[in-house]
Design a protein around this ligand. Structure first.
Ligand SMILES: Cc1ncc(C[n+]2csc(CCOP(=O)(O)OP(=O)(O)O)c2C)c(N)n1
Length: 131
């Protein structure tokens, strides 16, 4: 489950849209975002940041209700991780204890430099400092 739309470009290349990829973000071309009407592999529409953990948690809950067996992975950037929706999803995921993998892509950027306590924490974590 990808987060902010631009992170899904590689996903589009790998899910049957390579030939049309040159049309991305052009009139009549591929969307710059995930779109359910564009591909069955886009299981949610997404462009806003901070949505992936919440959507992945929903998928994991549905998987368990259907007694299916597959992994759900949410990819989220360090910028999107500071959004309220991501924090609510983390809170719910910890409570529901679903089998869910969250990969954080911490590239130290969120359009411009990332700021805030979570950012500082992750910087220290990456440097393996005593927290
Ligand atoms: C709710 C919301 N607020 C703001 C934006 C504008 N926005 C687009 S990309 C982005 C930064 C995303 O940074 P990060 O999650 O670190 O991902 P990266 O760009 O590094 O892949 C923001 C804030 C958005 N898409 N959604």
């Amino acid at each position: 489950m990808w987060d902010t739309g631009h992170q899904a470009y590689v996903h589009k290349l790998l899910t049957g849209r390579r030939e049309r990829f040159y049309t991305i973000r052009q009139f009549g071309g591929l969307s710059g975002y995930l779109r359910r009407d564009e591909s069955p592999y886009d299981v949610v529409g997404a462009s806003h940041a901070s949505t992936s953990i919440s959507a992945a948690l929903g998928l994991a809950a549905a998987r368990d209700l259907q007694r299916k067996d597959f992994k759900v992975v949410a990819i989220i950037g360090d910028g999107a991780l500071t959004g309220g929706m991501a924090l609510e999803a983390l809170n719910s995921a910890g409570y529901l204890k679903k089998n869910l993998i969250i990969a954080i892509n911490d590239n130290d950027k969120s359009i411009s430099d990332n700021v805030g306590a979570l950012h500082e924490y992750m910087k220290q974590l990456a440097a393996c400092k005593q927290l």
